[in-house]
Design a binder for this molecule. Structure first.
Ligand code: ADP
Ligand code: X2W
Length: 265
């Protein structure tokens, strides 16, 4: 008998920031059959709200430098404002969502990133091999809750930390692959990884480690797409059944695996 199927969907900040697209996405997510988990970012909204409070965003290689003031903002925005709004909207679609930070149920424990070459990321949490509390999460799934994870984790000693949402999704998928056949889907505002950013239809249907290196060298994939594909490749290499990067608006088509970019070995 095969493992039960679990779908882990990650939704990025650009879609969360668009109420119409978000509504459509949450409706489609609610309609997905079987066990599922939602992971959300919200970097764009945290940057905008932080700016209003005089906190200037500082990103290095796609990761936010998180000083104590920034940690307060991202905790309010990710674990509060966004997480609770997503849960309330999912409840409206009869999806019994339960909003979580990594501190809740000790679900994701991370390690504060050490200062390296003089670069201090501050309160950023890195995932380790035993970060994910598989039994706590599978218990929630077994009683039909739909976990909704924000990008806030904890260190087990009372400290909240900021962890990239793409990495959380990949790590959840890897760890939960022990118990489930996991499909991991990164949803964002474009139709998939594009060969030409000016042509929204130019979706690259398959990417593996070798083609990724070439796409990166040629400058075809850049910015936030580089860590996203790295996280996706790590997931397939560590046993996640299937990994896709696709458009949030195509989630209903995704059921038929007809859209977006598939990440393969
Ligand atoms: N080849 C590419 N195809 C699609 N998007 C790309 C590509 N190269 C760079 N990007 C950029 O990557 C962004 C997605 O990364 P990011 O903003 O981190 O996603 P998310 O909103 O899911 O957190 C896209 O909005 C796009 O601007
Ligand atoms: C450490 C770190 O960089 N954390 C991310 C978490 C949010 C996130 O990943 O949001 P998106 O998915 O919308 O980009 C940040 O604060 O931007």
């Amino acid at each position: 008998m095969g493992l039960p199927k679990l779908t882990i969907i990650k939704i990025g900040g650009n879609v969360i920031d668009n109420s119409e697209k978000l509504h459509h996405f949450l409706k489609d997510f609610s309609a997905l059959e079987g066990l599922k988990i939602l992971v959300h970012g919200g970097g764009k909204i945290a940057s905008e709200l932080g700016l209003g409070m005089g906190i200037i965003p500082n990103m290095v290689e796609g990761r936010r430098i998180t000083d104590i003031e920034t940690l307060r903002v991202v905790t309010m925005v990710y674990a509060g404002l966004i997480n609770k709004n997503l849960v309330a909207q999912l409840q409206n679609f009869q999806c019994n969502a339960i909003g979580l930070s990594g501190a809740d149920g000790n679900s994701i424990k991370t390690v504060k990133r050490a200062v390296k070459d003089g670069l201090d990321y501050g309160y950023v949490g890195d995932i380790t091999s035993d970060s994910i509390n598989v039994s706590a999460i599978s218990n929630l799934l077994s009683v039909s809750f739909i976990p909704v994870f924000s990008a806030i984790t904890h260190d087990g000693n009372g400290q909240l930390l900021n962890t990239n949402a793409d990495t959380i999704a990949s790590s959840l998928a890897q760890s939960l692959s022990k118990l489930y056949a996991v499909d991991l889907v990164y949803c964002f505002e474009k139709k998939g990884v594009l060969s030409d950013l000016n042509d929204p239809e130019s979706v690259i249907t398959l990417i593996n480690r070798t083609s990724f290196e070439t796409l990166k060298q040629d400058g075809i994939v850049a910015d936030g797409m580089i860590p996203k594909i790295k996280n996706a490749l790590e997931a397939v290499e560590k046993g996640v059944s299937a990994v896709f990067i696709t458009c949030a608006e195509d989630l209903s088509n995704f059921n038929h695996k007809k859209s977006g970019t598939k990440i393969t070995l």
